[in-house]
Design a protein around this ligand. Structure first.
Ligand code: NAD
Length: 287
C-alpha cells in the first residue's frame, strides 16, 4: 500500500505538531478537531510554526505554501475514513480512546492502519476495541513534534509485521528516528522520564529548593535543555498526571505515585503552558 494520506484525530499540542511533521514530509493530511474554534486554533498554530521555519530559512516559501495546500482541517471525524493511516491524538483517557477506535474501525477503509500517539496507555486495549487488531499500533511522537528527533513505534501483541513496517516507514519518511518498544506503560522514554519529573515535585514539596533552583540545577548542572518544572508545564499537567497514574497502575512503584501538588494543580485547571498557568505562569502573547 502506498502511504499518501494521513488522518489525525485530536488537534491539541501533539495533533497539530504531528500534522505539521507529516505535511512537511509530503503527506496529504486531514486533521480533525472537535470544534470549529479548535480547528481554527490548530490551523493558526501550524501556520505560525511554518512561518517561523520560513524566517529561519529552514523551508522555502514554496514548501510552506505546498504544505498548507495539503492540509484539510475538519470537525467531521468520518472525514479520515479514506486515509491509509489514522493517528489518534486525543486526551490521555482510555475510555475516550477506546470509543474513538471503535468508531474509526466502523468508518475507515478495511486496509487503514489505526495508530495511537498515547504516552502510556495499553495499545492492546485499543486494538481490542476494533475488528482489525492486526492493523493497530502505537506511533508515539515527542513534544514539540516538529523539533524532536525520536518516535517510539509500539506493536501490540496482535500487530502484524506489515503494520509495524508501515509505521516504521512512515516515521522514517517524517525524517525521525524510529525505535520499537514493547507495549507496556511508558514504553522507553516516559518510564525513565516520569519518575524523575515526579521526584522533582517531591523535592519541591519537601522544601529542598525552589522550583527555579531545581530547574536551574538540572539545566546547568546536568546540561538538560529545560528543568523539570518547565518540562512538566510544556507536556501539560493533565497529561503528566495521566502518565504517572498509568505507570503506577502497571508497576506500582513509589516513584510513579503522583505527587499531591500535581493532582491539586490539575484539579484547579492549571494544566501548564496550554492554559497559561501550571507550575509557572505564562504571558499569553509569549505562547
Ligand atoms: N503533551 C505531550 O508532551 C505529549 C507527548 C507525546 C504524546 N502525547 C500524547 O498525545 C495525546 C494528546 O496529547 P496533547 O498533549 O496533544 O493534549 P491536548 O490537551 O493538547 O489535546 C487533546 C485534544 O484532544 C481533544 N479531545 C479530548 N477528548 C476528546 C474526545 N473524547 N474525542 C475527540 N477529541 C477529544 C481535545 O479537544 C484536544 O484538542 C495524548 O494521548 C498524550 O498522552 C502527549
Amino acid at each position: 500500500m502506498q502511504l499518501e494520506h494521513v488522518g489525525i484525530v485530536g488537534s491539541g499540542i501533539m495533533g497539530s505538531g504531528v500534522a505539521e511533521v507529516a505535511l512537511l514530509a509530503g503527506f496529504q493530511v486531514t486533521l480533525r478537531s472537535r470544534t470549529h474554534t479548535n480547528a481554527h486554533k490548530s490551523l493558526e498554530l501550524i501556520e505560525r510554526s511554518l512561518q517561523r521555519r520560513l524566517e529561519k530559512e529552514k523551508i522555502t516559501p514554496k514548501e510552506r505554501s505546498e504544505a498548507l495546500r495539503r492540509l484539510t482541517t475538519t470537525t467531521d471525524v468520518d472525514a479520515v475514513s479514506e486515509c491509509q493511516l489514522v493517528i489518534e491524538s486525543i486526551s490521555e483517557d482510555l475510555k475516550s480512546k477506546k470509543s474513538l477506535f471503535s468508531h474509526l474501525d466502523e468508518v475507515c477503509a478495511h486496509e487503514t492502519v489505526l495508530a495511537t500517539n498515547t504516552s502510556t496507555l495499553p495499545i492492546i486495549e485499543l486494538a481490542a476495541a476494533t475488528n482489525r487488531a492486526d492493523r493497530v499500533c502505537g506511533i508515539h511522537f515527542f513534544n514539540p513534534a516538529p523539533l524532536m528527533g525520536l518516535v517510539e513505534v509500539i506493536p501490540a501483541l496482535t500487530t502484524s509485521a506489515s503494520t509495524l513496517d508501515l509505521a516504521v516507514s512512515f516515521v522514517q519518511r517524517c525524517r525521525k528516528e524510529a525505535v520499537v518498544a514493547k507495549d507496556e506503560a511508558g514504553f522507553i522514554v516516559n518510564s525513565l522520564l516520569f519518575p524523575y519529573l515526579n521526584s522533582a515535585i517531591t523535592l519541591l514539596e519537601r522544601g529542598t529548593a525552589s522550583m527555579e533552583a531545581i530547574d536551574a540545577s538540572m539545566r546547568l548542572g546536568c546540561g538538560y535543555p529545560m528543568g523539570p518544572f518547565q518540562l512538566l508545564d510544556l507536556i501539560g499537567l493533565d497529561t503528566s498526571l495521566a502518565i504517572l497514574e498509568a505507570l503506577h497502575r502497571e508497576f506500582g512503584t513509589q516513584s510513579s505515585l503522583p505527587a499531591p501538588t500535581l493532582k491539586r494543580l490539575v484539579a484547579s485547571g492549571r494544566l501548564g503552558r496550554k492554559t497559561g498557568h501550571g507550575f509557572y505562569s505564562y504571558d499569553a502573547s509569549a505562547l
